[in-house]
Design a protein around this ligand. Structure first.
Ligand SMILES: [Zn+2]
Length: 258
């Protein structure tokens, strides 16, 4: 900004000076840049009387203009910064939202692990014991006897049980709690050879009949990544009671007679 403060001469109050040659009154040029003045009568040129003041004023004007330019540049930079900050803020809000959504999506899983799994690990909650005992009751009605009592446990992998002195038909029952939906029963003979395998089910059954007495072993295998409580037991059934018509679909009946 250029103000009159720095002007030694101004157009409103134009100073006059006499020509050195003809002594005519000639006006001192108002433009600061003028270093000489020309007489309009005789054409003589002479330096402006206030040359030093003009140079000083010009310098002042240059400084002021420079300051003004710097102010403008700073304002532009500030504006740019503010715009970038706003963009960053928007981005961070967006990320915040995405994070919140992810957290919301993960929350049920986390709750499932920490809240629902913990009681099962501690031995509380449904382990499928009711279903196993109901089926066992039905089988007892047919003359089956308990070979290995019902056992409920927390399992993340296969659980196994020996059945010493098993003879005739052995019926293995298993049932899972809420987190065990795909249990598989496998029976192995005294040589460790698999002699039967059930379909995968929440409450599978598997029967194996043999004429030779020996130690059998059964395994209850949870589904991949399943962890939770399950119940299993084994009954000895008379051969005639085998293959009940109303057995659950999961039952397989590999009647292997040695
Ligand atoms: Zn003159």
């Amino acid at each position: 900004m250029f103000t009159d403060t720095y002007l030694p001469v101004n157009s409103e109050c134009m100073s006059m000076i006499r020509c050195a040659e003809c002594h005519a009154n000639i006006p001192v040029p108002a433009e600061l840049e003028a270093r000489t003045m020309k007489c309009q009568y005789c054409g003589a040129t002479q330096p402006v009387p206030d040359l030093l003041a003009r140079e000083h004023a010009l310098l002042q004007r240059k400084i002021l203009e420079q300051e003004e330019r710097e102010r403008t540049t700073r304002a532009l930079i500030d504006q740019q910064d503010r715009r970038e900050a706003a963009v960053e803020r928007k981005k961070s809000i967006r990320w915040g939202r995405i994070t919140a959504i992810f957290t919301m999506l993960l929350a049920p899983t986390i709750i499932a692990i920490t809240v629902y799994d913990l009681p099962a690990r501690l031995g509380f909650g449904d382990a499928g014991a009711d279903r196993v005992s109901i089926v066992a009751e039905q089988l007892k009605g047919r003359g089956c006897t308990v070979l290995s009592g019902s056992k409920s446990e927390y399992a993340t992998g296969a659980v196994t049980k020996l059945l010493p002195g098993a003879k005739g038909c052995v019926r293995v029952l298993a049932a899972g709690g809420p987190n065990q939906h795909s249990l598989t029963i496998r029976i192995f003979n005294g040589d460790g050879k698999e002699v039967g395998k059930s379909a995968s089910s929440a409450d599978p059954q598997l029967e194996y009949c043999t004429t030779t007495e020996g130690t059998l072993r059964y395994e209850v295998v949870p589904g991949m990544l399943d962890k939770g409580r399950l119940t299993h037991m084994a009954l000895a059934c008379p051969a005639a009671a085998a293959a009940p018509a109303e057995a659950p679909p999961a039952t397989t009946n590999p009647k292997k007679h040695k």
